[in-house]
Structure formats: C-alpha cells, structure tokens
Design a protein around this ligand. Sequence first.
Ligand code: PPE
Length: 307
Amino acid sequence: MPLVESEKIWMDGSLVDWKDANVHVLSHGLHYGSGVFEGIRAYATENGPAIFRLEDHVDRFFNSAKMLLMEIPFSNEDIFSAIKEIVRVNSLDSCYIRPIAFLGYGEMGLNPLLSKTSVSIAAWPWGTYLGEEGLQNGIRAKVSSWQRHDPNSVPPAVKCTGMYVNSSLAKVEAIKSGYDECILLNPQGEVSECTGENIFVVKGGTLITPPISSGALDGITRASIMKIASDLGYEVKEQTLLRSDLYVADEAFLTGTAAEVVPIASVDDRVVGTGKPGDMTKQLQSSFFAIVHGEEKRYEGWLEYVR
Ligand code: PPE
C-alpha cells in the first residue's frame, strides 16, 4: 500500500511541505540506526479527531531517548502540542502519527554524543495494518527462526530505529513462507512479542500476556487491553509463555497501535481454538474500537481531542 501523503510535516519546530521533509545522506541515524520513534493513532469521534493515549506515547518517546543518552532539544510539552498541531493542520479525522528523533548530519563515526538530534512528526491516513480480512477473521502466525534482542545487546524496551532490522527479518520470513506475521522468542526460548505487536493468549478464561522481561515492548495497546479486560471482570496475568502454550491456547490475538487488535487463527499451522476469533478476543476488540472512537465515557481520559 503506497503512503497516503498529507500536506505538512513538523520538522525541528517548523511546518514544512510533505515533499520537502528531507534529510542529508550523511545523517548519523541513517548509518547507525540511531533514532527513536513512536507510532500513535488518532481516531474520528463525535468531537473531532482524538489522539489515543498521547501522554503515554510522548513519555515513552522521551524514555527511549533517555535510554540511548539521546538529547531531545524540545520539551515533553513541545512534542505533545506539536503532535496535536500536525493532526490539526493536515485536517485529518483519523490518522497514524510518527514522531521520530534521530541523530542528524554533523559528525560521522560511532560516537553518537557528537551529533545533534533532529525531531520530526508526520501524520497520514493509514488503514488496517494487517489487512481487513485479518482483523475480522484472524491471521496466520509463525514462530520466527530469528530471536528477539537479548537485553544485553539492545534493550527491547527502547523503541529504537536500528533494532527494527530484527523485526524486518522476521516479517520477511513470515511473508516469504506464506504467513501473515511472525512471533519472536527471546534467547531463553520464551515468547516475547511479534514484529511490531504484543501478543496475548486466553487459556481457561484467563487473559495472559508475556511479561516485559521476556523481551516485549511495553505496549500502550497492551496496557489498554489489560485494563479493559480487568474492568470487564476477567482475570489478567503476565506470565512467561512457551511456544507450545500458543499451540494449545483457547484464543490468541496481537495488539499494537498500527495493528490495533487482531485475532490469531493459527500458530505454526496449529489452529488456535476453533480457528475463528474467540469470544473474549471479539469482546476486547469491539471495546477497544468503541473506546478509541470516544463511545465509552469511562475511558475519556485516554483521549486527547485535537480541536
Ligand atoms: N512491540 C513492538 C516491537 C512494536 O513495534 C510495537 C508497536 C508494539 C509492540 C506495540 O506497542 P503499542 O503500539 O504501544 O501498543 N509498533 C509500532 C510500529 C509499527 C510499524 O510498522 O512501524 C506501531 O504499532 O505503531
């Protein structure tokens, strides 16, 4: 799917035309993967576009930078308002938002401390990440032959551009072997997450997701689903999972900002449950979509209205 362009991109404090949002080929981030980013969505509501859990995304953005000792030359408040502004100026009702901070042009060589950080924020309409069919009926997943990063090589908690080579390898493996998505295990063989999503299973009525210490990103959709499920009265556990736990789960699904909430129909060709989206999955999926569209007043605190 080609990118649907919008008009303006926020770059280091100014609004520039989409086509002019360029960087130098000797930018540090391009050579060494020295960038941190976020993926955020805004959804249409009856009060105009609302950004989902903006504060949490901005906090995670700054924490990623902190872990890399990357200095962001803007305050948390500056980035928060710039994100709202970019949705507003592009007159977008619903969109995906991509803030990125990366080391720019200035010095080459591995030492990142010599380069200045550039920040940009783009927003554009982005439809269903894993396809409408997947969202409705579930996707076919495969356990990847690639492992998630060991926390002593690159911390999985950092949403850093360079570490997505690992996710891309796994994504390509999935596609080339006829699956929709890969699940990655950590070096100890525990389930961590998918290429760009967290993973959940349902077993005996309990909702289970691997702990962050298994190498998963502290997903904001993950945290939202855990809260929604517990508000609905379900038992929710963070528990280490092995790949065999996925094979015999009653239900499974993945969560992410881009992907949203997507049922998993099979893992390594083992049908999960009935192979159709399970009851809890469907209920959590529909609550999630109602909440992001502003239809559930008790979760209003998660919405940041743009107008
Ligand atoms: N794990 C990984 C590795 C990941 O990249 C994401 C988000 C998640 C879990 C879910 O986190 P959250 O969005 O806070 O619920 N992946 C982003 C990038 C996707 C892309 O293709 O680019 C996203 O969903 O925006």
